[in-house]
Design a protein around this ligand. Structure first.
Ligand SMILES: *Cc1c(COP(=O)(O)O)cnc(C)c1O
Length: 419
């Protein structure tokens, strides 16, 4: 359920007609709905009620906008961060340091130190080497860093290869077979308070089966670690729950997920941690674009829009599908490819698809763009960086400005010796 609905012939975000945002802010633009974000945050939490004591950390990389993070902080969410920059954002948005988990396969010495300086709640270690580095930095300061060891369970998440993270060939975590030995060596280090394990097998999962297989293996590992004399108090079960990009898709609900988690983890006796990203933010945002012109093609027409792959990269890099709709539909359909102005053949949002009929200057939206949308935007082809708007009932605010090419050029320098 989301709050982007057609009312009196115009798609609204909550009570705000999107045509008004186009007039006042311009296009392309991302639009988020506060009520939808809050609803998803609440539904996810309620789904996990059955699982006992839980800690929820929003995966910042899915949508790092400060206003979005503030909404989730107010919903009691912490943050799962994967860089020093995301760590600073989570704090700036009002998240408590103790509610921040630091994931990522390449945390640098500077980033580990930043995490300790800020007193974050947990480091999810992705290798023995990283654990040794963190232990040394912390021990030198007379501290013990709270940490878990991220395990790679070798489970096929059944999702797109580029967003799969839990197979043996993926770079994430340590192989589950070797985990007990690594855990034992890291647990001895003075600078670490190793308190459990973490796992995250991929994103946009369409079935609970791989997650259940993964969690079952993690349960066996927890038992083995305890037998070896380790105290295991925290298990981080990651994120990954999918969202419907197409009307006919029906990914598992947070309720079904919570029931599965409760069943599999019943005997664990730990604080469970979760890192949802897409399931919270995905349907909470759309990207609005304006049609520049319709160009006849050999197989079907091309609708050339003012948004491009730099604004929404998912179709180009993951073959992702975003549902397209006219903001003021006339009831007619057309078969067309929807493309951006960038000089790359991968700058295509929809291929010979039946869509709402549109013509020059009409507005359209790509749905389910609230996660991995604006956060991946760039300025390729010297295009502006796309702005973001947050709607709350009948008001809105620009929560990220459009950054014009002139601003970006101002940070570039031609050296004197070229003059
Ligand atoms: C990306 C990521 C997540 C969030 O994944 P979603 O599919 O958006 O829920 C959670 N944890 C880690 C470690 C990640 O890298």
């Amino acid at each position: 359920m989301d709050h982007f609905q057609l009312k009196e012939g115009v798609v609204h975000a909550e009570d705000m007609p999107l045509s008004r945002i186009a007039e006042e802010v311009g296009t392309p633009v991302y639009i988020y709905s506060r009520a939808t974000l809050e609803r998803h945050a609440r539904v996810f939490r309620e789904g996990l009620c059955a699982a006992g004591k839980v800690h929820l950390a929003f995966a910042v990389k899915a949508n790092p906008n400060l206003a979005v993070l503030r909404i989730l902080a107010n919903q009691g969410y912490g943050a799962d961060v994967v860089s020093g920059g995301e760590l600073e954002r989570a704090l700036a948005a009002g998240m408590k340091a103790s509610d921040i988990v630091f994931s990522g396969v390449g945390k640098s010495r500077a980033e580990l130190t930043l995490g300790l300086d800020k007193g974050i709640g947990q480091f999810n270690l992705e290798s023995e080497e990283e654990g040794e580095m963190l232990a040394q930095i912390a021990a030198d300061r007379g501290e013990a860093a709270p940490a878990t060891l991220r395990v790679n369970p070798d489970v096929d998440a059944g999702t797109h290869a580029k967003i799969s993270t839990g197979k043996a060939e993926n770079k994430f975590g340590v192989a589950i077979d070797g985990a007990p030995d690594i855990y034992a060596r890291l647990a001895k280090l003075d600078g670490l308070n190793l308190r459990g394990v973490a796992v995250h097998i991929g994103s946009q999962l369409q079935s609970l089966d791989p997650l259940e297989r993964c969690y079952f293996r993690i349960g066996q590992l927890v038992t083995d670690l305890r037998k070896a004399g380790h105290a295991v108090t925290h298990v981080d079960l990651g994120g990954g729950l999918g969202v419907p990009y197409k009307p006919e898709e029906n990914p598992p609900s947070p309720m079904d997920y919570g029931a599965m988690v409760a069943r599999v983890t019943k005997e664990w006796g730990v604080t469970l941690m979760f890192e949802p990203g897409r399931v919270i933010a995905g349907n909470s945002g759309v990207m609005m674009t304006q049609v520049i012109r319709v160009k006849p093609g050999v197989h079907s027409d091309f609708v050339v829009v003012d948004a491009a792959m730099n604004d929404l990269m998912r179709p180009a890099i993951y073959d992702a599908w975003h549902h397209f709709e006219a903001v003021e539909p006339n009831g007619e359909k057309m078969t067309a490819s929807i493309v951006g102005p960038i000089c790359e053949s991968s700058d295509i949002f929809a291929r010979e698809r039946e869509v709402d009929q549109v013509k020059t200057d009409d507005l359209g939206i790509f749905r389910t763009a609230g996660a991995y949308g604006a956060t991946m935007a760039n300025t390729y082809n010297s295009r502006p960086l796309v702005p973001e708007v947050l709607v709350d009932g009948d008001k809105y605010a620009v929560v990220a400005e459009r950054i014009e090419p002139a601003t970006i050029m101002a940070a570039e320098h031609v050296p004197d010796w070229l003059k």
